[in-house]
Design a protein around this ligand. Structure first.
Ligand code: GRF
Length: 208
């Protein structure tokens, strides 16, 4: 069993492709003193991502790196890692980052890349998780924070929050209620990491 990180104030980078509401929730928790972490960098693969503007408005360094200008994923991720290392980042926080992470980033940040997924994994991995849950007819869905490996939403699960699915839920109504939970779950997991309470043993994550 290995401890992921010893207790410390974390330096965080958020990687986002879109809106950035999870980024804002993590920032708010840090500002309120609920989370012993500093949000040091917002990095996006999309020039038009609203998350970039939101970071700039808060005075947080915001960087766009266009994957299309690199010949392959390794080269793109090498540039991403260069920015992360320049800011001495402890944990890389994916929040609506619409790309699979590859060996370069995972090699540079072993056990240091997290993701949030809007379903109770391993159910409904991939895109449109909330629509998948509504269409399948499950009675409960929710969200999952997990370590990232090279698969799609397959890494060891750290914590989950359950959200009941109502009979008349649409994809949007369920997504909205799950998002409320996401905005609590992510910073709470980050705080457990900052306190040095997270251990990994194979696929299992222990909170001690
Ligand atoms: C969230 O629902 C997250 O679970 C999923 O993408 C969405 C990102 O939302 N991975 P936001 O950009 O943080 O608002």
């Amino acid at each position: 069993m290995r401890q992921v990180i010893t207790p410390k104030r974390l330096r965080l980078a958020v990687l986002a492709s879109g809106r950035g509401s999870n980024f804002l929730a993590i920032h708010a928790a840090s500002e309120k003193g609920q989370l012993d972490a500093d949000l040091c960098l917002l990095l996006s693969d999309q020039a038009a991502a609203p998350a970039l503007d939101r970071a700039r408005q808060l005075g947080i360094k915001a960087v766009h790196i266009d994957p299309r200008t690199y010949t392959n994923r390794d080269d793109y991720e090498t540039e991403v890692v260069r920015h992360l290392q320049a800011e001495n980042i402890d944990m890389v926080v994916l929040a609506g980052y619409m790309r699979l992470v590859g060996r370069v980033m995972l090699g540079a940040f072993p056990d240091r890349v997290l993701n949030i997924h809007p379903a109770l994994l391993p159910s409904f991995a991939g895109l449109h998780a909330q629509r998948q849950a509504v269409d399948y007819g499950v009675k409960y869905s929710g969200c999952t924070v997990h370590f990232v490996d090279q698969g799609m939403d397959t890494g060891p699960i750290i914590k989950q929050a359950v959200v009941p699915v109502e009979d008349d839920d649409s994809e949007d109504s369920l997504a909205q209620r799950i998002l409320v939970q996401e905005h609590q779950l992510y910073w709470q997991v980050l705080q457990l990491l900052a306190e040095g309470r997270v251990y990994i043993e194979g696929r299992k994550v222990h909170i001690i």
